[in-house]
Design a protein around this ligand. Structure first.
Ligand SMILES: [Zn+2]
Length: 257
């Protein structure tokens, strides 16, 4: 399996195979660390625990950016720290639990379901822990209670399922979803981001963060205007998602003409 690599001082990231899913570990004082969205296979999550042990790190707190199944995994070897999420995400994890269990068993079977999705609601603007200030940026883009984490000391944004180089904006359900997504992007755009770590994809610098914001806004503009999108991220399973969101098959029409 791949190993944690430092993307900013004290901020480590590893990328798993399915869906290019990332895990972020932030190091704090006295060997304590904050674990964000540990992913994704049983071997990967156990391997993460092994790597933390090898580095003499222990999880003091966990954070789930949102309540989709691939962001709320855990294993016994990671210990039993509080695993926080925004209140609306905790409510979603409870309401959607049967469907989330079905998805995790289908996609990456073998996880300990007793530990799966066990989150505590954090109604605060910082994650409590002994490490660099971890500001939570909660909005309802992508899913209700989506909580990105911003570390001002290093300008690092752990963006959750936003700001990806490999995924188009994936909207939440119901009317007003594009507006909620735009609100989320606005919140992130106001931050002085020097390193962006998406939940799926690859880390980027400040210029890449701005490029992704612009690409996401262009995607939303095209969607709302009913124009074909030329977004190069619309490939594979994302083509289906694009059409489900009401997008037209822009990539095809570009290729054909
Ligand atoms: Zn998601």
């Amino acid at each position: 399996m791949r190993q944690l690599a430092e993307v900013a001082p004290g901020i480590l990231m590893v990328t798993g195979q399915p869906y290019t899913t990332t895990t972020t570990v932030v190091t704090g004082h006295d060997g304590r660390c904050l674990v964000i969205d540990p992913a994704i296979t049983v071997a990967d999550v156990r391997g993460l625990a092994g790597e933390l042990a090898a580095r003499a790190l222990r999880a003091e707190s966990g954070w789930a950016t949102h309540a989709h199944w691939d962001h709320v995994l855990w294993c016994e070897e990671l210990g039993n720290p509080p695993r926080y999420a925004a209140p609306a995400a905790v409510a979603a994890a409870a309401a959607d639990r049967p469907a989330m269990i079905e998805a995790v068993e289908r996609e990456v079977p073998g996880h300990d379901l007793e530990l799966f999705g066990q989150l505590q609601a954090l109604d605060a603007d910082h994650i409590p822990w002994h490490g660099p200030a971890a500001q939570v940026i909660v909005h309802d883009g992508h899913q209700a209670g989506h909580g990105a984490v911003f570390f001002p000391a290093t300008g690092t944004l752990v963006a959750g399922d936003m700001c990806s180089d490999v995924e188009i904006p994936l909207l939440g359900p119901g009317p007003g979803a594009v507006g909620r997504y735009r609100d989320g992007l606005d919140r992130l755009a106001s931050l002085d981001v020097r390193v962006v770590v998406p939940g799926h994809g690859h880390a980027g610098d400040a210029a890449e963060f701005r490029r992704r914001l612009a690409a996401d806004l262009r995607y939303l503009d095209d969607l709302e205007a009913g124009r074909p999108s030329r977004d190069a991220r619309i490939t594979g399973w994302l083509r289906t998602e694009h059409e489900r969101q009401g997008g037209t098959s822009g990539v095809e029409s570009v290729r054909n003409g």
